[in-house]
Design a protein around this ligand. Sequence first.
Ligand code: ATP
Ligand code: MG
Length: 487
Amino acid sequence: MKIPNEVKNIIEKLKEAGFEGFIVGGCVRDLLRKKEPEDWDIATNAKPLDIQRIFPKSYYSNQFFTVTVLTESDDPRLKEIEITTFRKEAKYTDKRHPDEVKFAENLREDLARRDFTINAMAIELKEEKEKIIDPFGGKKDLEKKIIRTVGEAKKRFNEDALRMLRAIRFAVSLGENWKIEEKTAQAIKENSFWISAISKERIREELMKIIMSERAAEGIELLRTFGLLKYIIPELEEGYKVTQNKHHIYDCYEHSLRSLDYAAKRGFNKFVRLAALLHDIAKPRTKKGEGPDATFYGHEVLGAKMTAEILNRLKFPKKEIEKIVKLVRYHLFYYNVGEVSESAVRRLLRKVGKENIEELLQVRMADRIGSGVPKAEPYKLRHLRYLIEKVSQDPISVKMLKVNGYDVMRILKIKPGPKVGEVLDILLGEVLEDPKKNEKEFLEKEIERLGKLEDEELKRLAQKARQERERLEMKRDEMTKRKYWVI
Ligand code: ATP
Ligand code: MG
């Protein structure tokens, strides 16, 4: 077992001061399953004031007896280590907060207040040797991949209903084949209603851990079968067994889950995952007709509205909501090689935002794979990526010059006419050949020099410069095509 020196040192210091110190919680679980822990927690019989005295570089900011100790480590997981005084939670009346938090007598009492057996183990350091303290059979459950509450499930969920959601989060995020033990599962089904007593922020945090796991889709299905989904995103359940039409083999709900599944397996970000899950959320409400010819007109518009409602309800940040709503609103964008004009692509970019376009394409891939079609249409999407880059490039034009038509007219004392354009075209040709020449002073001198040339000569030079520019534009386009493999 690899326990970092920072952690060992802290426990050593607690002992030197006459206290106990144990490694506890999620990190013990992760060590035993040979995963690098995300953070390290230490439990002790020292009181917060003692801890602060022993570790001057520390801060104490909440009322739950947790002191954060700052270490010298560069590793973000070890920079701050939390030390918590043994505690127990006394009497719950509102299904979410203990009425009071009290110091506990000993480690065992502290472990007993933790949610699941796999999270209720501790490590004791004894002369460089480690001893697992496991009063509730966490090690055995970990080996058998079982989520089981510490103590009576119903009672534990009544104390804090969020634990029901955590059970599902651990079941999908710890790896393959995890099961929720029978009594624990039964207690969730019987008490699912109480999840509505939990703050939306806490629900959102656990929900996002489910969504960010590779088995996100299984997690949502577990939420449904355990009766929790209807208190979190009831709109998703509206699509359960609602059939689509001849273009779809899956019902609305299953399609949403399969889209999410693809996004999760591909490791797409949270915005794409949420948009994949919610993109067809309004299909049940917009469905017209039955059977192979059913339609869902406007589901992307209503869907965007419903998505905003859902995410607002779950207290997502405003910026994130805006982004996901756009992905849902435009998930239907039409694209076919040769059929969609550059200006249509420009319009799409303007509406979705350039910064969201890659994610929109990913939502589209998830949508397609989630429909059961065999591939995500790689050529078509590559071609669209090519067009997006093409229309996003700055045009090669005289606007790039540090002088403009007014400068030409002023210096040559001429009125608007073809000559102005000719001079600018020639200057652009020179600058394209040597970008260093794009300096106001140099270009003004060039304007004077060109002004002295015969009209015929000027026309000829301008003609040549324009041809050269077209050649450059074609070359640039070819390079963009190559980049996206669409040649
Ligand atoms: P992660 O790897 O996601 O951080 P974790 O097990 O460390 O998983 P945390 O939410 O960080 O989970 O909680 C740390 C520990 O505190 C848990 O392992 C568990 O022992 C305890 N715990 C956390 N939340 C609860 C809760 N709602 N009820 C009881 N115990 C809890
Ligand atoms: Mg943790």
